[in-house]
Design a protein around this ligand. Sequence first.
Ligand code: G6P
Ligand code: ZN
Length: 541
Amino acid sequence: MTTIPTTPIDGQKPGTSGLRKKARVFMEPHYLENFVQAIFDGIGGIAGKTLVLGGDGRFHNDVAVRTILRMAAANGAAKMIVGQGGLLSTPAASHLIRLHETDGGIILSASHNPGGIDEDFGIKFNTPNGGPAPESVTDAIYARTKTIDSYQILEGDAPDIDAIGNSTLGDMAVEIVDPVTDYADLMEELFDFAAIRALFADNFTMQFDAMNAITGPYGREILEDRLGAPKGTVVHDTPLPDFGGMHPDPNPTWAHELMDVMFADDGPDFGAASDGDGDRNMIVGRRCYVSPSDSLALIAAHATVAPGYKKGLSGVARSMPTSAAVDRVAAALDLPCFETPTGWKFFGNLMDDGQVALCGEESFGTGSDHIREKDGLWAVLMWLNIIAATGQGVAELLKAHWATYGRNYYSRHDFEAIPTDQADVVFDGLRDRLGDLVGQSFGDLTVSAADEFSYNDPVDGSVSHQQGLRVMFEDGARFVLRKSGTGTTGATLRLYLEILEDDPELLDQDAQDALANVIAAAHTILGFEAAIGRTTPDVVT
Ligand code: G6P
Ligand code: ZN
């Protein structure tokens, strides 16, 4: 065991979902080691503890896994449970933490950000409930990065991480597990696999785009091997260190290959994609894109068809920028409905406390209390279960949903890699004007309220301030402005747009057309053109 002297490295502050930087930054001397030691120290040491470890297979994953194993052994950990090859999807890692009741886990991923030596890498700690560490924990980790003066590491090689089985490293036990089996078993408990198998046996066609990221092996095992979808249903199914150059973010912009397939003549009945680490999902029907907010609402309305949810949902939650479509379902079904800040970690307390069973975010995240992360394949299987149970396709299901509950037209416009000072001009400009906007009209929209969102956690009483700026209009339309907490280059401004429509004649419009007035009002108020020199977003969801 060696104690290596080190000095604090600036900027090791975890963002929305752990510490994310360019891979080359993580490759700088002591960078990874400092942060890992800060995690260990920040959670009160890991002597005698058991942790789960794995990542999405992006560049630097294997190197980091070996380093972390050597550091864990030197820090006195009792055992590390590691996905074979260092691979674990984020949902599978969350499940393993819960299944083995470990003291938490370390997940290596920059989620939906591109991978490769010149792209992103990331690391985060999940607590024993399987969920991302809350701010109290990440604050302690960050504080430790600012005072750290040494880290512990075992000299020599880490054990082989490619072979399933048990070994030791120093005094620490190392168990290499199949990354897929336990997770696939859990899915089989939650969903009606027989009904979905019958659907595929009846020539139902699907394309699942794993985007050369972690869900390839999971998709193959669950969809093709266990559910009988034809071989080739899962495409881009080998996790590659650079994701084969794909940007593994399942949205219409980055999953455009899937969108092309789904909007072509003779496309499959159903399409889906997941992200780098497998926690996001995009659902697409034939010529029919499903907004994540609608997906959440539709799942809330139909969840009881799945065996794991047949007793009903205790409650639902959505992040603040997510549309209020799910609120309508909750009101109709008399379910408690919570509005939290962006970030899956905010759902953890509500789920642990049994207050909500289903959660979702506009950022292509949906999941339930089966684990404490959002879960891409879970959402795909839930849709398949709903399709199998109702006998309706995606477009039919959506139409029926809107006819029952009305439609919350919704879109997110992203302006990426803006110089931070320019982004601040837009953001701070709106923040300063919030009070003055009320009562002002923009086109035929009049501002009824405007504020900066704060969240009081009803379970632990913590308060999170500055969680996004909201401008509400009189007829229920609104826009929200946030700065992304997951980007690594400059600032990304996210503009979330929503309008309610109850007129049965007006439920079938293009979302951008339906939102045109809100978009125009937002641009007038925000002054994008003057501040950042452009009005066209990089990504539209
Ligand atoms: C990660 C988190 C999500 C969150 C998203 C927001 O994916 O796991 O819970 O919604 O980041 O990212 P942003 O870039 O908008 O801060
Ligand atoms: Zn992700």
